[in-house]
Design a protein around this ligand. Structure first.
Ligand SMILES: NC(=O)c1ccc[n+]([C@@H]2O[C@H](COP(=O)([O-])OP(=O)(O)OC[C@H]3O[C@@H](n4cnc5c(N)ncnc54)[C@H](O)[C@@H]3O)[C@@H](O)[C@H]2O)c1
Length: 327
């Protein structure tokens, strides 16, 4: 049996892969998905504690990528109190020819970056041409990486307004983003309404809750706005999505499965009412929409993990990074 490459979080992070490269990879995965070359069942989950999840996410991307993988990832909102990440996971890269396990890697960098990159691809296709103001609700890991994704797509973004229930999270974000993007004005907002006012793009990155108290109201938003819900249906009022000119998700099957479970996306548009899933927009089956209110709920799909996980593996191999272990 071939040996398996183990890659720790530190090793994966040390590869220093750029956001532009991750955005390109996620976009390519969605193109192949739109061409019918991806096999990806809806992710399944278990929920051992309130508001937490542990998901199993398999996928085969065919075509020129021809790679399989599986992510086992947890999401625990209370981890912030333990100074632990919200999401913790492992990703297994699997050979498509004989099914052997090529690599097992820590999936924290992977989950964080491919999620930011998914927002980046959505902005490329549904975002305004030249936005000046971004709003972020929830200033944790996702809040920060989503700013990095937007700055990759829109280097000329002038201002980001950030709201979080924990002021120290906003302070940390301001410090980190201020260093990374000296031209970006980072403003801590007093409340959700003032964060959203005048924003061309609003991205919600708060905890996913089984019984959400949705805090963003449609009347606070500009007429032309892109709303990206990284936290499922936890932050945007349902009428923001039901009244959107275009409401998209990252996978129709995943959306139908989750909404059909009776917990998430209640009151949101049904699968039949979607404008598209993003892969359909990327391959041009559905036109880009750049005006009016656009909504997106990228739930996080295994297609993104497999294509980015493959890139991590290839970069690590090129640098002879990682530890070979016997299966
Ligand atoms: N869609 C995807 O693919 C995907 C992938 C990874 C994570 N997520 C989701 O992103 C969300 C954020 O994850 P994270 O890693 O940034 O977590 P995190 O714990 O690092 O940050 C969450 C932040 O939200 C803040 N917060 C809590 N309640 C809030 C409220 N009502 N309003 C505003 N802010 C609030 C917290 O203080 C914290 O700063 C989670 O819901 C997670 O499940 C989605």
């Amino acid at each position: 049996m071939p040996e398996v490459l183990w890659l720790s979080e530190k090793q994966v992070t040390s590869l220093d892969i750029s956001m532009a490269d991750v955005i390109d990879a996620v976009e390519k995965g969605w193109r192949l998905k739109g061409e019918g070359k991806v096999e990806m069942p809806a992710k399944i989950g278990i929920h051992p504690r309130k508001d937490c999840y542990i998901h199993a996410m398999p996928c085969w991307i065919g075509g020129e990528v021809d790679t399989c993988g599986l992510k086992w990832v947890s999401g625990f909102p209370q981890n912030i109190k333990k100074h632990m990440p919200y999401n913790i996971g492992l990703f297994i890269l699997t050979d498509s020819d004989d099914g052997h396990m090529k690599a097992v890697m820590d999936a924290n960098w992977l989950t964080t970056w491919r999620t930011g990159a998914a927002s980046g691809v959505i902005a490329k296709y549904l975002g305004p041409e030249a936005p000046s103001t971004l709003a972020i609700i929830g200033a944790g890991t996702q809040g920060r990486i989503n700013i990095r994704a937007m700055m990759s797509v829109y280097p000329g973004m002038k201002t980001v307004k950030v709201y979080d229930v924990m002021p120290n999270q906003v302070a940390t974000l301001k410090e980190q983003m201020g260093t990374l993007f000296p031209t970006l004005e980072v403003v801590g907002a007093q409340d959700v309404q003032s964060a959203c006012a005048d924003a061309d793009i609003v991205i919600s990155c708060a905890p996913v809750l089984e019984k959400p108290v949705r805090t963003v109201r449609s009347e606070w938003l500009k007429k032309d706005v892109l709303c990206i819900a990284v936290d499922h249906d936890s932050t945007f009022d349902a009428d923001i999505m039901t009244g959107a000119r275009a409401y998209v998700v990252d996978d129709r099957g995943q959306y139908a499965y989750m909404q059909g479970g009776g917990v998430y996306f209640q009151g949101y548009p049904s699968e039949r009412e979607l404008y598209a899933e993003m892969s359909e927009v990327v391959v041009g089956k559905k036109p880009r929409v750049r005006e009016g209110r656009r909504g997106a709920a990228p739930m996080g799909i295994a297609c993104n993990d497999v294509i980015v996980g493959k890139m991590v593996y290839e970069r690590a191999m090129a640098k002879k990074l990682g530890t070979w272990v016997n299966p």
